[in-house]
Design a protein around this ligand. Sequence first.
Ligand code: 5AD
Length: 348
Amino acid sequence: MKHLVDTLRDSHHLSDEGYEALLTSDDAQLVAHLHHEARRVATSVFGHGIFVRGLIELTNVCRNDCYYCGIRRSNTALPRYILTHEQVMQSCQAGYELGFRTFVLQGGELPREKASWIAGLVADIRASWSDCAITLSLGEWERKDYELFRRAGADRYLLRHETVTPAHYALLHPSGMSLDNRLRCLNDLRDLGFQTGTGIMVGSPGQTVAHLVADIKFIERFEPQMIGLGPFIPQAETPLGKYPAGSADVTTRLYSIFRLMFPHALIPSTTALNTLDPEGRVMGIHAGANVVMPNLTPAGERGLYTLYDGKSATDPAEGLARLEAQLAGIGYHIDWGRGDYRESTKTL
Ligand code: 5AD
């Protein structure tokens, strides 16, 4: 079955059955070959540099109520915060001094009237650090709001579709939310010129291999510049808090599949994977991931962005030192560039 990996590497596409086989095979040699080829493709495009993004968790306030997410509106056990404009600027400054050239503002979905406040924040970051990329990961908004964010100077937007199968989407989200609206958002974002990222939680409750294949094919059609994948991890205060966590094995297989499909894509080795397995970050890089997102959120709020249980809240400088050592240990290093999506002319 090794030919499946070679076909995917050479043609960037497989049949449904091919994807299914790569996801489910218990042939350890096949899985090793999958990771090996994905890593080879990643290093031929990016060298041994790993891009870093400074993650600023803007708020744990959320108007939405996703059944899996610890910051869902109905979780009354959680103290809520919104970073002040000042705090965000200070986090960027600290991040800039550490060397970061991409800031990711991630958070729950703020009330709609906060759109202009967000745009003002983006404009200020853009004016203060003109050499940095600004990524937003703030959920679903109207097209006019995305337009406001884009005009203020945001370059990239991360919005996972979570699952492209409507019945599965309905299992994970309350009835006021719809897959159609999520896809509308993604199309608007791309149309507005954002480098766009999407993705899924791996092993979310009710997820089947057929769902995963459908998600792979959706991503194949959408051609995002960034692909975010992490295992589902239960959060006790949520309706899905008693379901088991997703698997690191399937998550890293997906990293490799997407790397072979999209040699130039920006694929983070996610915090969720590293939460599930202390070696997760390295496993992700060895499977072809090329981005890590250290946390720059101010210390006082850092522990309150509890999407799932067990999420670490390390100090930025300390986290960075550990990351550098960890990368050096496997022959990689931090690439301090902005790390925009680029179709390189290098032949693979
Ligand atoms: N486990 C893993 N990932 C989660 N997310 C939200 N809740 C969880 C959870 N319990 C992910 C979603 C969302 C991203 C910001 O965090 O995929 O898009």
